[in-house]
Design a protein around this ligand. Structure first.
Ligand code: HEM
Length: 422
C-alpha cells in the first residue's frame, strides 16, 4: 500500500498527532495519533459527526450522518441489535453460507471475471436479504449497479456537472429513492393485512417503531437509513474479502497455515452437521487474525469526519468551534511505533495480547462504532473458509495498479480466474 499524504505531513512537521489544514472548503484538523483519535471518538459532548455537505446530500439528511444525537441513539438501538447480535448472526449464517457456496461454484466455471465486482454483488445480496427480505431478489441486480455509482461519488470532488462522479452519484441517489419509495408504498399498503408467516426484516422494524410520543418514522427517514445501511453494509466487506483472498494467494506459507486450520475445523465437525455454526467460526483463530491484518493494512475506511461543537483542546492544541476534524485511521494503522514493519502482511503480529486502546480502529470507536462489524467478519470468514478448502485464485494482472478512492482496489477490479482444486 502506498504512502499517504498524512505520512508526508508527519515527516515534514514531526509527530504531534494533530495538524491544521484546509479541506472541503473549510479549515480542518487532521488527527493522526491513536490517543488523539480515541479522545475525539469517545467524546460525544464536544464532537459530533461532521461529514462534508456534499456527502450528506448523497447519503441523505436523515441518515446517521445528518440527524441529532438523540435520534441517532434511538435509530441505532433499533437497527444494530437485529444485525450484529448473537441471535441475528446465527440466523444469517445459513443464508450467507448458501450464497457463498453457490457463488464460488458459479465463478469457478466463468473463466475470467472481475472478482471484486462479483464479491460486491455477493455482499450486497446478503445485506439486501437482511433489510428487504421479500423484495431483495427482484430489485437486487438493478440496485447494485446504482450503488456503485453512488459510492464513487461519496469521496469525489463535489462537481455537479454531467460526466463527473458526483453528478452521476446524485442521479444514482435519485434512482435509489424512487425504488425504495415504491417498496415502502407497497409495504404500507399491506400493513395490517400482511399476515404471511415470513420472518421480519429491517424494513418491518423501521415501519413499526415509534418514539416516546408515539411518532412513527417518515418515509424520508426510513429511506435514508436504508440507503446508508445498504451502502455501508456491502462495499467494505466486499473489498476486504477481495484483499484477504489476494494476500492469501500472494503468501503461500500463510495460505497453507490458514488452509490447515480450516481443514481441521471441517474434520472435527459432526458428520451429521450440514453447514457451519458459530461454534466453528469461533475456532477460526488464525483466520480471524488474518482478517484483522487485512483490515489494518488495507484501511478501507481510512478516515472519519467529526466537528467540534465548542472550542475544545486536544493534545494541548485548541480546536475552534465548528472546525472539521478528520480522524486519519490509516496513519494509526501504519504507525511504526505501534506496528513493526508496517507494510508487511503478517497475521502473526496479532498472536500476542489484544492491541492497546485506540491503536486498531478499522470499525471506528464510541457511539458510531460500526454496527455491522461482527456481520462483516462473519461474511468474510465464511467466504475464506470455503475458498481455502476448495479453490485458488489466479489473477490476470497481478501487478495491476491500485486506485485509492473511494476505497483501495486494483483498477481492473481484480480480474481473475477461480480454479477448483481436484
Ligand atoms: C469490513 C467491513 C466494514 C468496515 C471496515 C466498516 C467500517 C466502519 C467504520 C470505520 C465506521 C465508523 C465511521 C465513523 O466513526 O464515522 C462504520 C460505521 C458504520 N457502518 Fe461499517 N464497516 C464495515 C461493514 C459494515 C456492515 C456489514 C454494515 C451493515 C450492516 C455497516 C454499517 C455501518 C453503519 C450504518 C455505520 C454508521 C454507524 C453510526 O454512525 O452509528 N458496516 N463502519
Amino acid at each position: 500500500m502506498r504512502t499517504c499524504f498524512v505520512v508526508c505531513i508527519l515527516q515534514r512537521y514531526g509527530k504531534t498527532g494533530i495538524y491544521k489544514g484546509y479541506m472541503f472548503g473549510g479549515p480542518t484538523i487532521y488527527v493522526t495519533s491513536p490517543e488523539a483519535c480515541r479522545r475525539v471518538l469517545m467524546d460525544d459532548e464536544h464532537f459530533v459527526l461532521g461529514w462534508p455537505k456534499a456527502a450528506m446530500e448523497l447519503m441523505g439528511r436523515k441518515s446517521f450522518i445528518g440527524i441529532s444525537q438523540e435520534e441517532h441513539k434511538r435509530l441505532r438501538k433499533l437497527t444494530a441489535a437485529p444485525i450484529n447480535g448473537y441471535e441475528a448472526l446465527n440466523t444469517y449464517l445459513q443464508y450467507i453460507e448458501f450464497c457463498v457456496i453457490s457463488a464460488l461454484e458459479k465463478w469457478s466455471v466463468m473463466g475470467e471475471f472481475e472478482f471484486l465486482t462479483e464479491l460486491r454483488r455477493l455482499t450486497f445480496r446478503i445485506i439486501m436479504k437482511i433489510f428487504l427480505g421479500k423484495e431483495s431478489d427482484v430489485i437486487m441486480e438493478s440496485l447494485e449497479r446504482v450503488y456503485t455509482e453512488l459510492n464513487y461519488g461519496v469521496r469525489a470532488m463535489a462537481i455537479n456537472i454531467p460526466g463527473f462522479a458526483y453528478h452521476k452519484a446524485l442521479k444514482a441517489r435519485k434512482k435509489l429513492v424512487e425504488v425504495l419509495q415504491a417498496v415502502l408504498d407497497e409495504r404500507r399498503e399491506l400493513e395490517g393485512r400482511d399476515t404471511g408467516r415470513r420472518s421480519k426484516d429491517m424494513m418491518d422494524h423501521l415501519l413499526e417503531v415509534k418514539d416516546e410520543n408515539g411518532r412513527k418514522l417518515t418515509d424520508e427517514e426510513i429511506i435514508d437509513v436504508l440507503i446508508m445501511y445498504l451502502n455501508a453494509g456491502h462495499e467494505s466487506s466486499g473489498h476486504i474479502t477481495m484483499w484477504a483472498t489476494v494476500f492469501l494467494q500472494d503468501n503461500p506459507d500463510i495460505f497453507k497455515r490458514a488452509k490447515e486450520e480450516q481443514e481441521n475445523i471441517r474434520k472435527t465437525m459432526p458428520p451429521t452437521q450440514k453447514g457451519l455454526t458459530l461454534k466453528e467460526i469461533r475456532k477460526m483463530e488464525y483466520l480471524s487474525k488474518l482478517i484483522d491484518e487485512t483490515l489494518r493494512l488495507v484501511n478501507i475506511s481510512f478516515v472519519s469526519f467529526r466537528k467540534a461543537t465548542t472550542n475544545v483542546t486536544i493534545n494541548g492544541y485548541l480546536v475552534p468551534k465548528d472546525w472539521r476534524i478528520m480522524l486519519w485511521y490509516r496513519s494509526v494503522h501504519m504507525d511504526p511505533e505501534v506496528y513493526t514493519d508496517t507494510k508487511k502482511f503478517d497475521p502473526s503480529r496479532w498472536d500476542g495480547p489484544p492491541p492497546k486502546a485506540g491503536t486498531f480502529l478499522p470499525f471506528g470507536l464510541g457511539s458510531h462504532l460500526c454496527p455491522g462489524n461482527e456481520l462483516a467478519k462473519l461474511e468474510i470468514s465464511v467466504f475464506l473458509y470455503h475458498f481455502l478448502l476448495k479453490y485458488k485464485l489466479e489473477r490476470v494482472n497481478p501487478k495491476c495498479k491500485v486506485r485509492y478512492l473511494p476505497h483501495p482496489r486494483p483498477v481492473d477490479n481484480c480480474l481473475a480466474r477461480l480454479v477448483k482444486l481436484g
